[in-house]
Structures are given as C-alpha cells and as structure tokens.
Design a protein around this ligand. Sequence first.
Ligand code: PEP
Ligand code: MN
Length: 338
Amino acid sequence: MIVEMQAGARQDQVDAVVARARSLSCDVQLNVGTNKVVVAILGPHTGQINTDLFAVLPAVASVTRIMRPFKLASREFRQDATTVRIGDLVIGGKAVVIMAGPCSIESHEQLLATAKHVRACGATILRGGAFKPRTSPFSFQGLGVDGIEVASQVREELGIPIVSEITEPHHLEDVADRVDLLQIGARNMQNYALLRAVGESKRPCILKRGLASTVTEWLQAADYILSAGNPNVILCERGIRTYETSTRFTLDISSVAVVKRDTHLPVIVDPSHAAGHFQLVPTLARAAVAAGADGLLIEVHPDPINALSDGLQSLTFSDFASLMQELKAIAGAIGREI
Ligand code: PEP
Ligand code: MN
C-alpha cells in the first residue's frame, strides 16, 4: 500500500502514518522526494487492511494499493528515476556507462592490460570476476580472495572503479572496500540470504536476471535488496533460457523497455553472456544502447583463445575498440553519451 503525503507535510504527520503502519504490524519504507513524501506500507497482511485507516490521517493526500507483485522497485513507489552513484560516476543518468573487462581475473598483468585498454576506449568501470559461480565444479572457479587483491591493486594503480561478483554473504568481508560495485549473478538472483546481506550492506550492486526468471521474479528479487534498506540497485538483463539454441541465451531486449516503464531502477545489459559468441556480441550491444539501456557489461580479454573462462564470448582489444566507436554514435543519436 502506498500512502502519498501532501506537499509540505510535516515530519510529525509522516511519523503518524509510520506509527499506524507499525501498530498494524507492517513494515515501512519512505521515499522522501523533493516536494513530497511517499510511505510504502509493506507486509503479508496489507491486503486485509482498510485504506481508510491511513486516508483519515492529517496531510495524507492519497492511499493506493500496489497491485503489482513487486513494490519498492515499482514506479508507484517512486516516480523519479533512481540514479546509482559510484564516486563521480552516475548510472541511470544521461551517460551510458560501459563496464568492461575479463570474465575472470587471471593475473595482475592480464587485468592491468585490459583495464588500460578498456579505459582508453571509454569504459569507466572495470569488470573482473574472482568468485566465479561456474555451472560445472570442474571449470575454473576464479582466484577468489587473491583475485580481489589483484583487482584492488589495479584499482589503486589506475583509479578505475571495479565491479566484481560475490556468491556468498561472507564474501562481503573479502571484498570489503576493495570493490566499488557488487555483482549478484544470474545463478544467485534468488539466493535470498545473499540478497538480504547485500541489501544490509547498502552498497551499490548489480542484480542480474536469473537465467530462467520472469521480469516480475527479477523485480521481486530487487525488492529483497531494496527492503533491506539499499536503494543502490542496478538491474542487468543477461539473456534467458528459451527453446532457441543458436545463442547461449536469448537476450530479452524487451525487458529493458518493460523495466523502464514499470520501475524506477537503472537497467544495464550484458550482451556477452547472452550471445555466448564474440561475433554476436557487438550486435546485441548496439541493440541494447539503442533500446535505452543505462549501461553495458562486456567481456574483453587480451588473449581470448587462452582465457580461463568465457573466451569464446570475449572481445579482443581491437574488436572492443571498434564497438565503442559504434556505441558512441548510437548513444549520441538517442540523446545520450558515452
Ligand atoms: C559473469 O558476469 O561472469 C557471469 C557469471 O554472469 P551471469 O551471472 O550472467 O552468468
Ligand atoms: Mn563470464
């Protein structure tokens, strides 16, 4: 249920709404906008609560039920687009933010060379996995904490922010302040202990869409992070399982439009894991920018043939440089920039 306060409502009037919600055993989340406050009343019993119990309180402008299964991610709760800040970078603003780097961190040399190249081409965030959730236990599992150490050295050397995946709540201690943006991977989209832990950490995070999840399930997963008090959620479409086998996953470009329509959260696209093949990545990347994605997450490797993971879908340095030129033109054509 959403309680919209009148413009200029006083703090004690907002407090009265919160107190009544709590007296009804509900949780509360506030969206304090520039000229009005919106109070989300949350919990399993809100459907049974008479909206008049809130409508009668002073300075309440309206009370509406959120009919959608996702609440805090919805446009009903927050009309203005959310922006996520990482230092000076804004995700969800005019700029399309390019995050690029290897699937897995393999060595200091590999990560540093990739970071220098992608940054020179216009990427502003370096990706690199250390805790890898691999489908097979026999695949390379990532360098773990040693990989995070490499990432943090390169971050210090170049001053470039890092995005890296965590797969378990205790990894929050391992990444500590050494990673700027946390990634929750497709396989963990419904790992609720991880979602809650990242929510409580309040740290900027990317929530990838589960590989067989509907948009609604994805947004309900986002609600777990938001409801734990973390507003810094970036959604990432990375392709879903369909009957089609000519790509690794089917990139659901329409989800970008749906998410933009129904939520206030920024959304980025990972064309690499969707395509599964380097030849297809540029097409999907261009389509994503044209569709209005707020950023891209792209795998780039200095030597894809010898990559320890996802070499087939990783772009070479020169392919990435060419793609960036094309993406800049597309962004400009739709009133955005890279
Ligand atoms: C990744 O980004 O390396 C990754 C494992 O992605 P996903 O969770 O989308 O499969
Ligand atoms: Mn990968």
